[in-house]
Design a protein around this ligand. Structure first.
Ligand code: ATP
Ligand code: MG
Length: 269
């Protein structure tokens, strides 16, 4: 595991987001980041192909953030150029009536990546202890038990050969304001703006408490959380990319052993 302790809190410790600076960029500049990013992109392509060819392990990448936190941009920049056959994205919106009639993990379990694939969750089952908790969509007794349900569910996946990486893209409240204003100024970004995001912004502190609990209570060795400084987009992308590539390196997927005798095969005219 690419265990950078500045980003990955110690499992079992109580996380306080105030201790994590959304502006941090670890002393590197944009040009250095771009160069490293392009090398890591090549490496990701190779590792993804090997994961697919091997067909024995899977990687699940979970992205959570406040609105305008950069989930979409991160997915776009980290995974551009990857063979679309081996990677798929699932976005979790407010549950449908059909989904609400089942347990909260039902829709999530159906979306986990099969062996050989990388699955990306744009929002996830963590919404069920975030917006659901802040907006009191279910009684506290119900959401309180979900942390255990989530840990057991993630353990089921990791025991079966799926690696899980969970990223909280950490922006400041000021940065969110700036990004909302940019969206309002640019007509080509209007579609990204929803007045429905404003009441969520008003509850910023409640969300931070909910994130702190979700990260503290569901941060395991097998399915670690990473708190990504996300005010600078290029640094955010680099951190996520490094962590994914480091994890795939550790998973070390191998091409399967070829059929014997391939060197004697003659292709008929
Ligand atoms: P995003 O906001 O992720 O960039 P979007 O704007 O295209 O995407 P929305 O229609 O805003 O999509 O859908 C996401 C909304 O669904 C968020 O407000 C999120 O909190 C909510 N949501 C996701 N999962 C749940 C859940 N389990 N229960 C209630 N609300 C949920
Ligand atoms: Mg939205």
């Amino acid at each position: 595991m690419a265990a950078n302790h500045k980003l990955h809190p110690k499992p079992g410790s109580a996380v306080r987001l105030k201790d994590y600076d959304p502006d941090d960029c670890d002393g590197i500049d944009k040009e250095e980041a771009a160069e490293e990013m392009s090398q890591l992109k090549d490496r990701l392509q190779t590792l993804q192909e090997r994961l697919y060819a091997e067909g024995k392990q899977a990687l699940l990448v979970i992205l959570q953030a406040m609105d305008a936190g950069g989930k979409d941009g991160t997915i776009k920049r980290v995974f551009e150029g990857i063979n679309p056959q081996g990677v798929f994205v699932t976005s979790f919106k407010a549950p449908t009536a059909d989904e609400l009639a089942r347990d909260f993990l039902w829709r999530v379990h159906r979306a986990v990546p099969p062996k050989g694939h990388i699955g990306i969750f744009n929002r996830s089952h963590y919404e069920d202890v975030l917006i659901v908790r802040v907006n009191q969509l279910v009684p506290e007794a119900v959401w309180q038990r979900r942390y255990d349900h989530i840990n057991a569910f993630e353990r089921l996946l990791t025991d079966g050969g799926t690696r899980i990486l969970k990223f909280f893209l950490h922006i400041s409240k000021d940065e969110q304001k700036q990004r909302f204003l940019d969206r309002l100024k640019d007509p080509s970004k209007h579609w990204k703006f929803s007045t429905g995001d404003l009441p969520v912004r008003e509850r910023w502190e409640d969300y931070m408490r909910a994130y702190e609990d979700a990260i503290s209570r569901c941060n395991t060795e097998a399915a670690p959380w990473f708190i990504v400084p996300a005010n600078r987009k290029w640094y955010r992308d680099l951190v996520v990319m490094r962590t994914i590539v480091g994890t795939l390196e550790a998973m070390n997927p191998r091409y399967p052993v070829p059929e014997p005798g391939l060197e004697h095969v003659v292709i008929p005219d």
